[in-house]
Design a protein around this ligand. Structure first.
Ligand SMILES: NC(=O)c1ccc[n+]([C@@H]2O[C@H](COP(=O)([O-])OP(=O)(O)OC[C@H]3O[C@@H](n4cnc5c(N)ncnc54)[C@H](OP(=O)(O)O)[C@@H]3O)[C@@H](O)[C@H]2O)c1
Length: 307
């Protein structure tokens, strides 16, 4: 199948390309200027140069395709540079849906995220809006809602590797965030990270499974771990013992109020808010549907963090 992939040059996109090729599909990628070197197996992909904000480029990439995967997303916005959740999670997705409908490309797969909601952070709200817009189309749609995604980043950003670089390798103790005034709950919020290859396999298998049309799939890994355990696992995988320190969320939020518009500041208020909300779900039934034995988040599967 000829599959248009928007967002095929990043972390998750590189694995989706790999799975598309393994399953005998022809990937057609929208590629921004300067990102050509990030493509997996470029000789086996067709490329269209451009940005999702350019409707001509989106039309070109969807032309003659039989399915679309909208995988574009950002974890941090820089409104002063025109990089916003609204533009990339909602406007870009909506534009792609309209072009798909106009060009008769019926199958549309949307990468959303676990925990999206109408009254959430800007990240969660705009992804939720894209889901709602997709539901209102006549397209044969499927929505994927992954939790935190882990796995070898292949030169892209990925949370475990980022934690290794910025927290484990730092001379400071690792922060165990908590809401409120008392540190009793410090670092206890929970995550069920999903391995990037499992996610990409689900997405690509869905292309050949008509029964996945009209479905929303929560995608979490088989192991749920508290934040403090995540720190311990990454430290163990890198062979160090890491001291920890409780840190109240309000302190970071106060500092972030002044600095989180600058790229050098490690975390935004929205990111922190989503982190302490936790990020868990049960995807046992989903993995059964897709015939996948999911990879657990443990020291063995984290071995890449020090590479
Ligand atoms: N990583 C996670 O833990 C996580 C969790 C839940 C959901 N998700 C979702 O999964 C998807 C992939 O995330 P990721 O971690 O792979 O992110 P990523 O590595 O940053 O990749 C983002 C992709 O979007 C493309 N993109 C960004 N702005 C664009 C624009 N203006 N026009 C065209 N393409 C643009 C990037 O292209 P360039 O290569 O040119 O930058 C890249 O291909 C996103 O929708 C994200 O919200 C991720």
């Amino acid at each position: 199948m000829r599959v248009a992939l928007l967002g095929g040059t990043g972390f998750v996109g590189s694995y989706i390309v790999e799975q598309l090729l393994e399953h005998g599909h022809d990937p057609l990628l929208l590629v921004r200027l300067g990102s050509e070197g990030k493509i997996q197996q470029p000789e086996r992909c067709s490329l269209v140069a451009g940005d999702v904000e350019d409707a001509h480029a989106v039309r070109d990439v969807l032309k003659d395709s039989e399915a679309v995967i909208y995988n574009i997303g950002i974890i941090r916005e820089f409104p002063q540079d025109g990089i916003t959740y609204q533009a990339l999670h909602f406007d870009g997705a909506k534009r792609s849906m309209e072009i798909a409908e106009a060009q008769g490309v019926r199958r549309f797969l949307l990468m959303s995220a676990n925990g999206v909601k109408a009254d959430g952070t800007g990240y969660q709200r705009t992804k939720y809006m894209a889901e709602e817009a997709l539901r209102c189309t006549d397209l044969d749609w499927t929505v994927f809602r992954p939790s935190l995604i882990f796995g070898d980043p292949r030169g892209n950003n990925e949370f475990a590797k980022q934690l290794y670089r910025e927290v484990i390798c730092s001379p400071l103790p690792a922060p165990l965030f908590y809401n409120g005034l008392l540190p009793l709950e410090a670092g206890k919020f929970q995550m069920s990270p999903i391995h990037v290859r499992d996610l990409a396999t689900v997405v690509v298998k869905a292309l050949d499974m008509p029964e996945t049309t009209g479905q929303v799939y929560p995608l979490c890994g088989p192991r749920t771990v508290a934040w403090r355990e995540i720190i311990r696992l990454i430290a163990n995988a890198s062979g160090v013992t890491k001291p920890v320190i409780p840190v109240p969320v309000w302190v970071v939020n106060t500092v972030a109020t002044f600095f989180d518009r600058f790229a050098f500041f490690p975390v935004t208020r929205d990111q922190l808010s989503m982190l302490v909300q936790g990020n868990i779900c049960d995807s046992t039934a989903v993995f059964e549907t897709f015939g996948i034995e999911p990879t657990a988040f443990d020291e063995d599967s984290l071995e890449y963090v020090t590479h």
